[in-house]
Ligand binder design. Sequence first.
Ligand code: GLY
Length: 395
Amino acid sequence: MRISGRASGSDVLVIGGGIIGLVTAWRAAQRGLGVTVADPAPGRGAAQVAAGMLAAVTELHYGEQMLLGLNLASAARYPAFVAELEEASGRDTGFRACGTLAVALDSDDRAHLRELHALQERSGLESTWLSGRECRRLEPMLAPGVRGGLRVDGDHQVDPRRLASALLTACERAGVAFRRTTAERLTVAGGRATGALLGDGTKFAADQVVLAAGSLSGRLAGLPPELVPPVRPVKGQVLRLTVPPAYAPFLSRTVRAVVRGGHLYLVPRENGELVIGATSEELGWDTTVTAGGVYELLRDAHELVPGITELPLTETLAGLRPASPDNAPLLGPTALPGLLLATGHHRNGVLLTPVTGDAMADALTTGELPEAARPFDPGRFGPAAPAPVLQEQPV
Ligand code: GLY
């Protein structure tokens, strides 16, 4: 299907080289399509901040039953996905089948967790209620005050930075081309998307364009107003600590908690990194790390696991989740022929990477999403509301 005789073009142009753009490019290239990714810094983006929990069960929310099905489908694909990706790239992804413990610190947290447990059971999910003593037997570093918790052995983790590097290498090895520049404007002719004007001045032609620019997806110029994806940035501040070998194993699995209504998680990696996250802030494009954000994370994490104050704090970072109106992604063809979306993954971009790659490759090769991804059709919100405008940002 590769188109010949074009100075600058390919079958597919993917706008955005985060993990969603990269997995789309990799899977499409594996199906024989000529693919180019436009991004000034492919492999960067929200994955550099994300903790990498694959928390389909412990991050379940009321009203997200439709998303749960997609999350579970993607979680089930993870072991085979990372095995294939590691083979294709020669790189480790840090996937760890360690399970998760979600704990309660006071009676309100405990009531909240009981509700979550009931919802999980109604949804047919595997989750076991433990007493505080049982929680501490599993994770001795937990505070003595822990009132109880949920053991979820199926919620694992991956290292999003290593995942992004592996996807980048797999793309390169599969023949994906990279244009290390922004996409400035979608080009449209004869009632279909025809490519994009790139930041280096090139007019890049493509049979199909995939917009996978994360929280910036609504900012691409040239989109028909009714097709502007309703995606907004939701800020998350995250800390990275290091567990010195003498302290290991500090935690043996992901530990989550609701502390005074806020969600907190500690994700321990095999290499000694301990990720603590995350704030959730509606502040537009702001990615400032604030004293207040760091304070709240450390205060709550200290209440949960007092020993963290002994650990070196190695990094503080903020990133932007690409949130949609129903917290679920926008996947597949739009009403403009030749334009597809893969964006709006909000809290679940890392978890949904495998299923997104497969769904988008299907859409690019057959024109249709697979059954499981059809509820995430970008047209489900109707004509677009105006994208949030705070300041100009190139895509
Ligand atoms: N999924 C974790 C977060 O969005 O903070």
